[in-house]
Each structure stands twice: as C-alpha cells, then as structure tokens.
Design a protein around this ligand. Structure first.
Ligand SMILES: Cc1ncc(COP(=O)(O)O)c(C=O)c1O
Length: 341
C-alpha cells in the first residue's frame, strides 16, 4: 500500500539528479537481546550503517544527490573539510574514487592522537586516494579559511571545483533523509509496528530531512535528535532552515517550525569528538548483545540517551522504539584506547 503523500514525496525526490552509490533500502529489524538486557520496550534499529559504500553510513545517501549535483555542474574536483575522524570524509572519499573525482580534504584534529596516528577513517580516506591536509589545531574558522584557500588554489590550477554542503546545496543532504523517512514509514507498516520515537545522532541534515519527511507523510513518529556537538545559537534555526529549503526544492506544500524539532546536546559530554563513559557502555552493550558496531562520537552517545531513558522508565514498556544507526564504526580504530577502557 502506498499512500498519495508517499507517492508524492517519492516522485518529488525521484525528479532530482542522482548517482547510485549505496545499497538501499537498508534493513529495519528488532534488537531482542538489547531490549532484554535493558528490560525495556521492543527496540528496533534502522541499519543505515549498512548503506554499503566504503563501510557505509548516513552520508552515502546524501552523496548520491550532492555528487550528482557536482557532476551536473561539470565538477572534476571536490574539496571538503571536517574532523580527522570524519565519517562524511571517508564516505566522500569512497564515492569520489567510484566516480573518478579528485578529492582534497582539509581536516582538523580533535585530539593530539589525530595528528600522530593514521587510523580509522583517516586511513580509509587515504586508501581511497584523497589528498589529505591535516591542520595544526581544531579551530573551525581557520579551517574554513584553509578550505577557501584550497578552493582558490585548485581553481587557479584550472580544476573545476565543487564544495559540497554549502548553504545553497545543503538541503540535498536533508532530502536524502526525507527519503529515509519514507523507507521507515513503509517498513514499520510492513512489520506492523507503530513506534512513537526515533532516536538518532543528529546535528543537522539527517534530522532536518527525517522531520520533513515524517511531517509531510503525517506520521506520528517523533525524531529525538542527540547532538554530537554542544548547541550553538544557530543549531535549531539551521535545522528549520534546512528542512524548509529541502521542502522548497521538492515543491512540497509544508512549512516546518522550531516546534517540529526535538534536539538536545545533553549527551555530548565534554565536547564533540570526545567519547563519554555512558556512550562507551552503550557501544559495548550493543556489540555484546547484538553483534552490531556503533561509533564512539555519534551513535554511541545517541544510544546512551536511549539507555538512560529506558533505565529512568520514561518510555512506555510496550511501545516499540526505533534507533537509527547512522554508521561510523571505522572510527573505532581511531579510538581504540577509549573504546576498550
Ligand atoms: C555516524 C554519524 N552519525 C550522525 C551524524 C550526523 O549527521 P548530520 O550532520 O546529518 O546531522 C554524522 C555526521 O557526520 C555521523 O558521521
């Protein structure tokens, strides 16, 4: 059964240029041993760690749209910057390898070890052939300047450069998650489950797209976003802006407001990129009950929120709850000491 609104959303997304990179749809399945270990409600997981390309993760879906846009613009070179252990950069590097695009990454170390050790995502970025520059410290404004300088340098050398996730194209990444919302709604229907909450590690595009998709589909499923960063003044306005920009690109008659969004930084701990004891406990629990690997920076902190909520008894015991696995396990190797602590 496909409802009219599902068809409308599907058709709108299908109208965008796309390159196929991932293996979709990803499974949605129960986690009976984790539920039992927590004495909690039935927990289901959406396996976006299994999107396939370069060890998978949420960004693979996004790159299908953004790199199609880059190719449409005639780009032959991609420039991007994030943290040394960035999952986005690892998936981007795999995608660029597959599409024959030259990739330059300007990465900021979050910890001292990021400057010394080539492990995890950084190892894979290099293996996929990316040109990697590691900055001296984690200053984000300086990273933006270094990125702008890299773009100018490559353009002066005659390259046709594309810088993804800029304000005018970031909604493409959100649209990828409006499509995930569609998958989730359909899979829940097939499994005859009606979860009320979806727990996810989310800073921007993932939640913007999910919330847009679910709201457009008139689903009662509420996204509970657990931010890997401490909130900035523009965190919430950004989520709203990205969702509405995506709605506009898709020509959907809907307007999101701040009231549609539930996003907290309560489980970040010290700061972005530094694991928390509760996150490590959650990560070990998932590994040891279900054989599923989370990551130390994003998904482990989101699961620690679900664990905390179950232990506090705030979730109804019979109501299924959904956890979105957004990937990131390759970072485990860059955090080996923290993960087994
Ligand atoms: C594993 C993982 N989960 C969640 C996120 C958050 O995604 P978004 O930036 O779309 O909120 C990221 C972002 O890099 C990630 O790598």
């Amino acid at each position: 059964m496909t409802t009219f609104r599902e068809h409308q959303l599907e058709q709108a997304i299908a109208g965008l240029p796309r390159v196929t990179l991932g293996v979709l749809p990803t499974p949605l399945e129960p986690l009976p041993r984790l539920s039992q270990a927590l004495g909690g409600p039935p927990i289901y997981i959406k396996r976006d760690d299994l999107t396939g390309l370069g060890f998978g993760g949420n960004k693979t879906r996004m790159l299908e749209l953004s790199l199609a846009h880059a190719l449409e613009q005639g780009a032959n070179t991609i420039v991007f910057g994030a943290a040394v252990q960035s999952n986005y950069c690892r998936q981007l590097a795999a995608a660029c390898a597959k599409l024959g695009l030259e990739l330059h990454l300007v990465l900021r170390p979050e910890r001292e070890i990021d400057k010394q050790e080539i492990q995890g995502n950084q190892l894979l970025q290099r293996l996929f052939g990316a040109h990697v520059t590691i900055l001296r410290d984690r200053d984000r404004p300086q990273q933006q300047e270094a990125l702008a300088a890299k773009v100018a340098e490559l353009q002066a050398a005659g390259k046709r450069v594309y810088w993804p996730r800029r304000p005018d194209t970031i909604d493409l990444d959100a649209i990828a998650y409006a499509q995930t919302a569609l998958e989730i709604v359909r899979q829940c229907r097939e499994l005859s489950i009606a979860p009320a909450s979806l727990y996810a590690a989310a800073n921007d595009t993932t939640q913007a797209g999910l919330v847009l998709g679910l709201a457009f589909l008139e689903s009662p499923l509420r996204v509970r976003g657990f931010n890997p960063l401490h909130h900035a003044p523009d965190t919430l306005p950004n989520l709203v802006r990205m969702a509405n920009q995506a709605a506009q690109r898709l020509d959907l008659d809907i307007e999101l407001t701040a009231a549609h969004f539930d996003n907290t930084d309560a489980f970040v701990g010290e700061r972005y990129g530094i694991p928390t004891p509760a996150g490590i406990e959650a990560l070990q629990l998932m590994a040891r009950t279900e054989g599923i690997l989370l990551d130390p920076v994003y998904t482990s902190k989101a699961l620690s929120a679900l664990v905390a909520h179950i232990r506090k008894g705030v979730l109804p015991p019979d109501e299924p709850v959904l956890f979105l696995h957004t990937g990131g396990a390759p970072a485990l190797f860059g955090y080996a000491q923290e993960v087994l602590a």
